[in-house]
Design a protein around this ligand. Structure first.
Ligand code: COA
Length: 389
């Protein structure tokens, strides 16, 4: 029996900030961002957008009409809004899912979306009648004027995991690498990540090598068995560095780095979305590849600083194209409102609520759900009446 991704959809914020404007504000050559780092824009969450609304917006089109048949919701994030309650429970309510549903939040930096996906596969293997909704949702935030600032962004991806999936059958073997390192972390008292950027890129590449070697050992596959590669995308240049390393480890020059192009298109204009970024890259491949991908194998490299890494593979299913939500992705990306530098700064400052005060958000989102504010320390969510959808 095959198990994997039956539906996939992503959502991002309703605002976008152009990195050329950030370059001007920081007196940096814009080529450093657009060429050196490989990013053109970052999605910027509005006052009424957070990981819950992004996650619910990502999931809505794939659960609508099937609310009663979701058996579990696994919510992966490293930008939690609560230390105790799972963000997934807010999403469960917004989507109107059945109360007979298991909901939990998972964490390990950018890796936990993959942990959730593999756990979902395990749950369906145990009971093939089950449908498991995996949501990976994050807002990537670094200190203003830090090297990481240009790699901010946000987004959420939702994946419905089922038996006999229509989009991707996930194969059973995984290559793993875990090591206790401090390349990127966020202590409870900080609202931005602490990061040793150059070191994190080095650990990412070393972890890729170890995870790949383990994958080869357990699966018996060689690099030519895989037609497409999706890498974790903190910024798109990282995928090029990763692929170059994989080619070197395998003493080959094929598939060429240029073959990654379709996987990078969305992330280039969304920015980092931590747990979601690998899977937004996969959406980008599905939506933007020129050729028919049916029966082709995709290799996925998931990396979470700290660090846990996994290399796994999947086979794209015949007929997958009819199940894609390409138009929804492209419309949402092009409908984003471009913000200027003062608004970028203003939004940056209102994203995090640490003073325990009541807060009422101004309407900004174009999504179906909004974070309306905080009252008596409780986060409040509602359907967005002004949304056109
Ligand atoms: N034109 C073209 N390229 C330029 C340039 C210009 N004018 N100026 C610089 N560059 C290139 C650099 O050569 C470098 O390329 P290379 O990595 O291939 O050598 C790239 O742009 C970045 O420049 P660098 O000076 O290394 O940037 P930085 O130190 O200011 O920040 C990161 C880069 C990745 C360290 C930083 O964005 C960061 O900390 N990000 C968050 C952490 C992260 O995402 N880690 C990844 C693993 S999870």
């Amino acid at each position: 029996m095959q198990i994997g991704i039956d539906r996939i959809h992503f959502a991002t914020a309703s605002q976008a900030f152009d990195l050329k404007d950030l370059a001007e504000a920081r007196s940096v050559d814009p080529d450093k961002y657009t060429i050196g780092i490989g990013q053109d824009k970052m999605s910027m969450a509005g006052e009424d957008e957070d990981i819950v609304t992004l996650g619910a917006n990502a999931a809505l089109p794939i659960v609508e009409g099937h609310e009663g048949s979701i058996d579990a919701l696994l919510f992966a994030t490293e930008s939690s809004v609560d230390q105790s309650k799972s963000a997934g429970v807010h999403v469960h309510e917004l989507l109107g899912l059945n109360s007979r549903c298991r909901v939990v939040e998972l964490k390990h930096a950018c890796y936990s979306g993959t942990a959730a996906l593999q756990m979902a596969v395990g749950m369906v293997a145990r009971n093939p009648k089950q449908s498991v909704l995996v949501i990976a949702s994050d807002i990537a935030r670094y200190e203003l004027e830090s090297p990481g600032e240009s790699t901010q962004g946000c987004g959420a991806v939702a994946m419905l995991v089922k038996a006999n999936p229509s989009i991707l059958a996930i194969e059973p073997d995984s290559g793993l690498h875990t090591q206790d390192v401090m390349d990127f972390w966020r202590p409870n008292y900080s609202d931005t990540a602490m990061v040793d950027g150059k070191y994190s890129a080095k650990v990412y590449l070393d972890s890729l090598k170890h995870a790949w070697l383990h994958f080869q050992e357990v699966s018996g596959m060689v690099i030519s068995d895989i037609q497409h590669f999706c890498y974790h995308l903190p910024f798109t240049k990282m995928a090029e560095k990763a692929h170059a390393r994989l080619l070197k480890v395998n003493k080959t020059d094929h598939p060429k780095i240029e073959s990654l192009k379709a996987t990078l298109q969305y992330n280039r204009i969304v920015g980092n979305s931590y747990t979601a970024s690998l899977y937004i890259g996969f959406c980008s491949l599905l939506d933007n590849a020129k050729e028919d991908l049916a029966n082709q194998r995709v290799g996925f490299f998931s990396y979470g600083s700290g660090c846990v890494a996994e290399f796994f593979s999947g086979l794209i299913q015949p007929g997958y194209k009819e199940r894609l939500l390409t138009e929804s992705h492209q419309n949402a990306l092009s409908a984003r409102r471009t913000i200027d530098y003062p608004e970028y700064l203003a939004l940056y400052k209102t994203q995090h609520h640490s003073d325990g005060q009541d807060f009422e958000s101004r309407p900004m989102t174009q999504g179906q759900f909004r974070f309306s504010g905080i009252k008596d320390h409780k986060r409040l969510y509602e359907r967005n009446e002004s949304s056109e959808g």
